[in-house]
Design a protein around this ligand. Structure first.
Ligand code: LLP
Length: 420
């Protein structure tokens, strides 16, 4: 059978998933998530960057498999608590990492005693005023970064993230003014980096820890671990990466005379390959040399191709067992916008994907879509957000119901009678 034909996901016939949950639907294979957490076990703490996929069942599953969690907003703290994470502990189950506190987030971290990782000097003052004599960690921008796209590069002068490395001294003074101990340093240079760039982070972290001094007990390597989206893309050498961090840890432990905890904070690495977006093919049309497969999911469902020109492998769920020839096709969605194309390069130029011949009413699966898929979905064109299903131990669990027509207008109000 062609590698581009798919009959099952996580051991379940795709036809059953479609029958039970409809389309478009995200399906996550819990076994893959558990395996990725286990792969990172050499690190003292695997702290899941839930921004990649914050469905409660996914968070609960990560928690059951030993991952702690990162939160970037009051909403993500709320999710972590709802998924069963304790607000405090050692190591802290939840850490708030951001470049600002909004009023809700500051209130929540203070109320629950959730540790904060500050990415702006102003956060230090705002936290210090509420929690004088406490502690925090600093997210530092080391002056360089790297990502799969310029939009996901979080280091260097063009990035808004972190305390600028040259102003670390000033940040430490601010912390001292509020008697705040700086107990850790955190670096995250971008999403979808490669081992070569990630290796540079290790040396920078060591320098920054030495500059902060022996109050440092934790170093976070951030996330950014790449995922092989395309056939032939290299897989992350986790052990080699860990060895670099372990070397740094040992040197710092010797210098400071106490243990240093090394945390890693992946989002994509844990969930991307676990996720499949199932959509129904609703129209097939030829436009000059291009054949379009139009499906019932669009960039309202999965935004990565239109945002970054991101590549996702695809497959067809055949309705019968007959032989299928393969063709170069363009895959698009239902939205009234030309950019609603899943097969596009950065800049919006369509590209072709070689897929088996398919018929209207058959299904298409967009693969490796578990990270930054549902969480970046929207209601554009008044389309409901899709359902999410988590498969564990061979059983599908409806982790989020598809939105209804009522959900789409919840909170909106008509004008009062008599307005003109
Ligand atoms: N830690 C921090 C502080 C971050 O800002 C991020 C991602 C992560 C960890 C997790 O990075 P990961 O391991 O997933 O690469 N929407 C984009 C990705 C944006 C990432 C934002 N921050 C995409 O779809 O590729």
């Amino acid at each position: 059978m062609s590698a581009r034909l798919r009959l099952e996901i996580a051991g379940i016939p795709v036809a059953d998933l479609i029958r039970d949950f409809g389309t478009p639907t995200y399906v996550y294979d819990g076994a893959v998530i558990a395996e990725r957490i286990a792969q990172l076990s050499p690190f003292d703490v695997v702290r899941y960057a839930q921004k990649a996929n914050s469905n409660l069942a996914v968070l609960d599953w990560c928690r059951r498999h030993g991952a702690l969690v990162d939160a970037v907003s009051a909403g993500e703290i709320h999710r972590a608590l709802a998924a069963g994470y304790e607000p405090t502990g050692d190591p802290p189950p939840i850490v708030y990492t951001a470049d600002i506190f909004d009023a809700d987030a500051l209130e929540l971290v203070v109320r629950h005693g959730i540790p904060v990782n500050c990415g702006s000097p102003d956060m230090i003052d705002q936290y210090g005023e509420r929690m004088p004599g406490g502690e925090l960690t600093l997210r530092v921008n080391p002056g360089f970064g790297h990502g799969h796209s310029q939009k996901t590069n979080t280091g260097g002068e063009q990035s808004k993230h972190g305390v600028w490395h040259e102003t670390l001294g000033e940040a430490l003074e601010r912390a001292a003014r509020h008697r705040l101990a700086v107990s850790g340093v955190h670096l995250h240079i971008g999403s979808g980096a490669d081992l070569e760039h990630l290796a540079l982070v290790v040396g920078a972290a060591e320098q920054l820890a030495l500059e902060i001094g022996s109050s440092v007990h934790t170093i976070s390597a951030g996330g950014g671990l790449p995922v092989p989206y395309r056939d032939g893309d290299p897989s992350m050498d986790v052990d080699a990466y860990f060895r670099l961090w372990d070397g740094t840890r040992k040197r710092l432990e010797e210098r400071f005379g106490h243990e240093i905890r090394i945390e890693i904070e992946p989002g994509r690495f844990l969930v991307a390959e676990a996720g499949f977006l199932i959509a129904e093919i609703r129209a097939i049309k030829k436009m000059g040399p291009n054949t379009f497969y139009l499906v019932d999911a669009g960039f309202n469902t999965l935004a990565r191709p239109v945002m970054y020109g991101a590549y996702h492998p695809m497959s067809i769920v055949p309705g019968d067992e007959g032989p299928r020839s393969e063709h170069d096709v363009v895959v698009g969605g239902p939205l009234c916008e030309s950019g609603d194309i899943f097969t596009q390069e950065e800049g919006g130029y369509v590209r072709h994907e070689r897929l088996p011949e398919a018929r209207v009413g058959e299904h298409l699966v967009i693969e490796k879509a578990g990270a930054y898929g549902f969480v970046m979905s929207s209601n554009y064109n008044s389309k409901p957000q899709p359902a999410e299903v988590l498969v564990t131990e061979g059983k599908p669990h409806l982790a989020r119901a598809r939105q209804s027509a009522e959900d789409l207008i919840r909170g909106e109000r008509l004008l009062p009678d008599g307005s003109s």
